[in-house]
Design a protein around this ligand. Structure first.
Ligand SMILES: [Zn+2]
Length: 138
């Protein structure tokens, strides 16, 4: 993993919402190496997940949930940007507005709301770097 990517991920994982699995709330260890609960992310949904829920996500197909391992995989700037823009709290807040947080991940991530959310993260990740960094909103 590149140093830049490692720094970004460490910062993101230090966020208390990202330190728990987005789907089940399991506490994720904060270290990137030798962690008790393996860390996973769903890139296109911009969320952090534990081992069990990542396994469920893999059955959804990569267009619905593209799963990567935090300690094992390498990262492109674009993928890191997805996580910076997204994050567990933003995803949960969005799903809450559709009353979907308690719904099974097998259904939740296949809803039109989730599809819309993924599209919005995608569009935001395409914004020019300078604009993104000036905005405190994210
Ligand atoms: Zn979980």
């Amino acid at each position: 993993m590149q140093l830049y990517g490692e720094e970004v991920l460490k910062t993101l994982l230090a966020d208390s919402y990202n330190g728990r699995c987005c789907d089940c709330g399991t506490l994720l260890a904060l270290t990137l190496l030798g962690q008790e609960e393996p860390h996973w992310v769903s890139i296109n949904n911009g969320v952090f997940l534990g081992d069990n829920c990542a396994r469920i996500h893999r059955t959804l197909g990569i267009l619905t949930s593209f799963i990567r391992s935090i300690p094992k995989d390498s990262w492109t700037d674009r993928q890191l940007e997805y996580l910076r823009i997204g994050g567990n709290k933003r995803f949960a807040d969005f799903m809450q507005s559709y009353d979907l947080n308690a719904v099974s991940p097998l259904i939740k991530y296949r809803t039109k709301a989730a599809e819309f959310y993924r599209q919005s993260v995608l569009v935001r990740s395409l914004h020019p770097l300078s604009l993104r960094h000036r905005s405190k909103e994210w």
